[in-house]
Structures are given as structure tokens and as C-alpha cells.
Write a new protein. Sequence first.
Length: 310
Amino acid sequence: MKAMVMHEFGGPEVLLAEDVPMPAIADGEILVEVKAVGVNPIDYVARANGGPMRKNLEKSLPAILGWDIAGVVSETKSDQFQAGDRIFALSKFPKITGGYAEYAAVPADEAVIIPANLSFEEAAAVPLAALTAWQALVETADIQVGQRVLIHAAAGGVGHFAVQIAKHKGAYVIGTASAQNSDFLKSLGIDEVVDYSTQNVAEVVSDMDIVLHALPPNFRESVSWPCLKEGGLLLSLLGPVPEEETAKFKGRAAQIGVRPDQAQLKEIAGLLEDGSFKVTLDKTYPLAEVGVAHTQIAERHTRGKVVLTV
């Protein structure tokens, strides 16, 4: 089968089209004919230097990246699915899954049936970003009706799901984004949009219960902590928050990762199916152009998600 394989860390050019063996599935797994695969910031970080998963990646080279898988079950060793089922999954993260390929072995207990109203491309855009937002706001923050929530990079992959989740839970939601994304965010139900390029976020946003910090760590003290009420919760997507920093601002902080969770993904799928949530695709690329997709994601101006078609 065809796959995009990396033998070393480096630029987009290290992702090479190669013929590789078909993956074998173990008990409890399904073999998925991949139709689309989502591209996330962790993809280009893993490719460039390994990031937080460098040790595992070094042991796995040559490796096939890609964790957001959407496709058709072609073989199964699980009674959860049968051949022909359309499924999507955040597969094996942060272990290597092999999504940038024509076929991938996926644990059945991480997969969910794709809602009938979603294409494979739309489905592939969902798992990692939506689960990150869900696990941050619902699981960790236990978001409540009436709370005030600030979401940075609100038009991005995680951000546009976070806006919808927070509104679904009855929160008042403010998001930072460029002016060109204001109408898009309003279509998702956001209450206020702050244009970070022309406004000082800390001067116009205050008294927040929760801030979802999806920016580099060096921005926490300028655009996140000043916006929180005393005792408010900062959710950091990019690394831990030192205790002394938390104490300095009299708040609380939690580092957010993401893990596969079938039950949560099923709940998200239901909300996509009934129209409560929608997924936005910025652009799709063929698998062979994965390097171009990585370059776009690295520029951090994507609206919604970027997806590869296989």
C-alpha cells in the first residue's frame, strides 16, 4: 500500500511517498481503508523534531504519522464493527498509528460510526481537535451554565469546537481571532470576538471564569491571566504552568493533553448529527501533498481544519 513515511526529523520534505506492507490487525482492532486523515499542529511538531513524543518516535522510525482517521472497515477482529462500516477515530494517540496511508489498524474501542450527514473529510477533521476541546472544557473545567469563557485562537481547529462546546453548555463565550474570522465565529454562536491585531485583549476582557490558552506559553501573562477573575481556571494546551505563576495571579491552571475516548467521541458525533455542532474545513489536500498541508498548519492562520484525502 502507499503511505507517506518519515525516516528522520526535519522539514516537510522528509515525508516520502513509499510502498509499505499492509498493517496486520490484532484482536480488538479493525483494519480501516483510510479515506481521509486530519492534520493537526502536533503532526508538524512530530515531523520537525518529535516534540513531546520524540523518544517514542525515535524508536519507531521510519514512521507513518496521522492520528485522525476516517474510512471504511475492511477487516475486523472486534464485534463492535463489521466490514463496510464508516468509522472515524483518534487512533492510538500519542503512539504511532499510521494514518498517512491507504490502510491503518485502529483499536475498535477508539472508533465511532461516522454520522450520516458527514463526509469522510469532515469526519477526519473532528477527533483530535474536538476531543481536546471537550476534555478541556467539559472534563477538566466542568464548565457550567452562565460561566464566562475566553477562547484564544477561536477560529482554529480546537478553538472552533471549543466555542461550540462552551455555547452548548450555556456559557458566555468570548474569542480572540483576526477580524476576517469575526462573521465565521458569530455563525458558531459566539457572544463576542476580540480582534487581537487591533485590540489589547487584557484591556477589553476581564472577569473570566475559564480561559482556554491555545497560544505559546510566553503569552499567558499578557493575554490570559489578566483576563481571569481571582480563582479562575487557565487551561493550557501548550505545556505545564509553573505553580509560582499560578500563585502570582491567584488563579488555577491545568495542562491539557488529549487521549482517545470512544464515549466522548460518540457524544460529539451525536451533536454533529443533529446539527448542534458543525465542522469547518479550511482546505483539503491529496495525501501526496501532506508537506504543503504541514506548511499551512505551521503558519497558524487556519480557519477550522486541514484534511488529507487518500
